[in-house]
Each structure stands twice: as C-alpha cells, then as structure tokens.
Design a protein around this ligand. Structure first.
Ligand SMILES: [Zn+2]
Length: 79
C-alpha cells in the first residue's frame, strides 16, 4: 500500500518509490522461523512482517505501524 506520513521532525516519508530507503521489512526470529518451515515458499508468497517499519533518513527515527497502518511506536536515536 502506497502512503505518506510526516515524521515528527517534519520530513515527509513515502513508500511510493520502489525501491526506497524508507520502508524496512523486519522480522522477529520467531516469525522468520515460522516462514522457513515451508522450505519451498516462493519469495512473493512470504508474508509481510508483523510490523511495518519506516525509517526517516533525515533524523533517524524509526516508526512502527501495525498491519492496518495504525501507529504502534516511534523510536528516536540517542546518539
Ligand atoms: Zn524524521
């Protein structure tokens, strides 16, 4: 799903470009192990991870959304 969100720093984030450096696919080890149980899974059939992870290249914040794009958490870098 293509969308735009504003990071808390004011930078507009979008996943409209494909490829982009904004949207990350981050799986927990548990999620990945479940996927690997199906050893013949096609790459296009790999399910999306539990969280939709967006990275702001301007300020480095990481924003997590759930699968309905509801905000879950915003992480701000310490250093
Ligand atoms: Zn930002």
């Amino acid at each position: 799903m293509n969308m735009r969100v504003y990071c808390r720093c004011g930078n507009m984030l979008t996943n409209q470009l494909d490829p982009n450096d904004t949207e990350y696919y981050v799986y927990s080890d548990r999620e990945w192990c479940e996927i690997q149980k199906n050893e013949y899974i096609h790459v296009l059939d790999i399910p999306y991870p539990r969280y939709n992870v967006w990275h702001c290249e301007k300020c480095g914040r990481i924003t997590l959304f759930d699968d309905s794009y509801n905000l879950v958490k915003v992480y701000k870098p310490e250093e």
